[in-house]
Unconditional design. Sequence first.
Length: 133
Amino acid sequence: IVLNWIMFGNGKTQDGQGNTTYKAKYVGGHKMFPKSRNVEVTLLSEEIKVSGIDFNITYSTITNVENVDEKKIELKRIVLLGIAGALWKKKHLYTVIDYVDELDQKQSVLFDFAKNIEEVQQLIYNKTLNNKK
């Protein structure tokens, strides 16, 4: 199953207007969507559109974009997978996007963009900077 998620995260496409869509795994974090699932993340000019769970993140509301590795989520893995989870050491980075939603609630969502992580994070960061001006 893990291999399936990694392979799913490799895809990206572009529409006629130059917007890039990435296949990713939504790992969790949004208060309305607690379960992980496969999604498509489209980087529009003023917002991030997450298809598959139907929510958008406006760049101007983003407060932080960073990555976390397995060490930072190790405790959760031990709880979920038991001792086998503690022994499973895999270097893998996830993207965390912190933002304030329409209800003025802080949200921190976690995505797995697999091999596209560096490209996606740079684009999101730059679009966030451009929308803050």
